[in-house]
Design a protein around this ligand. Sequence first.
Ligand code: AMP
Ligand code: MG
Length: 401
Amino acid sequence: MISLEAAQERILAAIEPLPAEEIHVRDALGLYLAAPIHSPVDLPPADNSAVDGYAMRAADVASATTEHPISLRLSGQTQAGSLSAGCVEAGACARIFTGAMLPRGADAVVMQEDVQCAPAQPAEVIISEVVKPLENVRLRGEDIRENALLAGAGEELTAQRLSLLAGAGIAVVQAGRRPMAGLLATGDELCEAGRALPPGMIYESNRIGLSALAREAGAIPKIYPLVADDLVLTKQALQTAFQECDVVVTSGGVSVGEMDWVKQAFAEIGGQLDFWTVAIKPGKPFAFGRRGGKLLFGLPGNPVSALVTFFLLARPALLRLQGARELRPPASWGTLAGPLGYRGERRHFVLVVLDAGGQVKSAGSQASHNLSSMGRANGLVDMPLGARWPAGTRVAVLRWN
Ligand code: AMP
Ligand code: MG
């Protein structure tokens, strides 16, 4: 039995990111950059106005006061998207709109709310306050300089980051390919949801939960038909999944029972088992192996164990395959609403509910076959062996949705 960290390290050591692909930014949400991107342009590309108003020379109005206002001659107009209308001479100003290029000669803009225009003198603008040089001016390159780093390799393409890239004129990026994750469930007792449940059977739930977690980890899940507890059928199912997918995830049949065929079937189709059993609860029986550059995650059958081991061990692997830099799950700090303790012989990942106010509660029974607590839980708390924490303890919650 190995520690969770040792298991994670061994898995990640076995993985190279999949080859990167060129992809348009409009299709790149949630992918990971394969290489850093530098800005091909200055942003903003030119000095421009931050407001609707009048562009002028600050020196012309350096002595303006309410008692002694200064009148400027209106000499032109410039709007966003057009080239600036010539040059603002001394004693003159130009009408300007937000985002429009600053005309030559001008070095400041006064907001239109701060000037007076006499209806009888439409060509004159009256300023009664000092305007500082560069007031309401956005300078070329003040946001981003040409060649500055926009995003690093391994960074996720979020809505915000995609907006930044598009703003710098980047239409196509190199990003890691999404891995195909094949999902198999083994067990003679399993019945597809949506059918009548024969006696002695249970509804199969792991492929659905695991495919959702795989999708959240950026993979493309592929759900395979149920696999009976039979060596030959298990080998056939594994063979097909390994042909079609980058990663194969099985649930059930990985324990020590006579009906647990996954490890043997995997070995018989040429797979190399790397390790088996990890010192965590839920989820001790967990098998990891490799076959021709592809990976097997053999998860325990109990639903909580299956989803927790996937989250802790398969999720980082799927992210690494995509070239992601951050492989840890997002964590939030919260405060225990009640005591949390656990008597067991392994480090425990406790199903919890973290509410919007930062309170953390146990999600209920922590038995690994119970679906109710898992259905409620939005996070996991990593509890060392023998830990007992009183209400009010600050805890890190690994968020799994
Ligand atoms: P196993 O690891 O195959 O011994 O399964 C352990 C427990 O998990 C048994 O009670 C199984 O019935 C249950 N189980 C196994 N696979 C699934 C599944 N895909 N969905 C729901 N329960 C499962
Ligand atoms: Mg089974």
